[in-house]
Design a protein around this ligand. Structure first.
Ligand code: RIB
Ligand code: CA
Length: 326
């Protein structure tokens, strides 16, 4: 078993693996504060099938084949699927080369979400790091189910920060704006890790040089390399932003973040603005007149403290013990 203990916080990860999703899985499984009940997959960075296979591959790398993987939505609620293979590579895990998974996925993500949240009301934290299609489908099939989560930590959106897929929208919210709006409007206890914080924490080339010469260290170096090269070409900076691990960080150590309650909603109609987080921060408006719902948004983070927590966990003793057995 992993490093969790009897008083660890039960969590479900909903992801579109994707390189930073893989790092989020490694962080969650290497953190004694969390007990991962299962991983749900969704179409996003890559297709559902590729993402599901990647989740299984990463779990095998970590020696954690006991963690179930539940495939979910093969595309957004209403739009054509958009992918991010220019960042994550056609296989979704950069230049890494993990063996094919030796096991298949379990049932269905939406059923797993509904059954688990209903069986453990107020106990389970959802950590959603891909488009929110699975969560929206769960809410549509079982109205009120998302409010049964202890907390819903979401990597998505941009409040005061420019978008990363359009001038104003972040990829997860752009890929399925209708789902993002439905989750925001569900009344669930949402804590958002928008680009405002995720653009403040990145892997640099120096970090790669310090990674352990183990299968896990080799995996991370290979996975992030193409995205870092792309960043070098377009931004003149070899960086890999730790978007999804920061959503896990919200569940592990919220004190790393400056969190502000913002009245917000998600745009779904605009040609130029679909997926945008619209925050109502007007100076001369009473709370009762604000547009949107009150959402906790992480708007700053202690990047040094986060990285000091991140590296020991993704290369945690449990994992390196597994490495030593290879
Ligand atoms: O915008 C960043 C988000 O989009 C991350 O979750 C990344 O994995 C991609 O899904
Ligand atoms: Ca993701």
């Amino acid at each position: 078993m992993g490093s969790e203990t009897s008083d660890s916080r039960p969590v479900i990860l909903d992801a579109d693996p994707g390189v930073d999703d893989a790092l989020a899985i490694m962080l969650a499984l290497g953190s004694p504060e969390l007990a991962v009940l299962g991983i749900c997959t969704v179409s996003g960075n890559v297709s559902l099938d590729i993402g599901t296979g990647n989740a299984l591959r990463v779990l095998a790398l970590l020696g954690r084949d006991e963690v179930p993987v539940y495939p979910g939505a093969g595309g957004p609620l209403r739009r054509e699927a958009v992918y991010a293979t220019e960042v994550h590579g056609p296989g979704g895990l950069g230049d890494s080369a993990l063996p094919l998974p030796g096991r298949s996925s379990s049932g269905d993500a939406v059923s797993f979400l509904i059954e688990t949240l209903s069986a453990l009301p107020g106990e389970v934290t959802l950590i959603a790091v891909g488009p929110l299609t699975n969560l929206a489908l769960a809410e549509a099939r079982a109205p009120g189910v998302l409010k049964k989560a202890r907390e819903v930590c979401v990597m998505g959106g941009a409040v005061d920060e420019p978008g990363n897929i359009t001038p104003v929208a972040e990829f997860n919210f752009f890929a399925d704006p209708e789902a993002a709006r439905q989750v925001v409007r569900s009344g669930a206890s949402i804590t958002l890790a928008p680009l405002d914080v995720t653009h403040r924490v990145a892997l640099e080339a120096s970090h790669l040089a310090e990674m352990p010469a183990t299968p896990t260290g080799r995996f991370v170096r290979g996975a992030v390399r193409p995205a870092m090269e792309l960043a070098m070409r377009v931004r003149a900076g070899r960086q890999f932003f730790l978007h999804d691990p920061l959503a896990v960080g919200l569940a592990i150590c919220p004190s790393l973040f400056r969190i502000e309650t913002v009245f917000a909603d998600v745009e779904t109609g605009g040609d130029l603005t679909a997926g945008q987080v619209v925050a109502d921060r007007r100076l001369f408006t009473t709370e009762g007149n604000r547009k949107g719902l009150p959402i906790r948004c992480a708007l700053d983070v202690d990047a040094g403290r986060f990285l000091a927590l991140f590296f020991p966990r993704i290369f945690s003793e449990a994992v390196s013990r597994e490495d030593s057995r290879r």
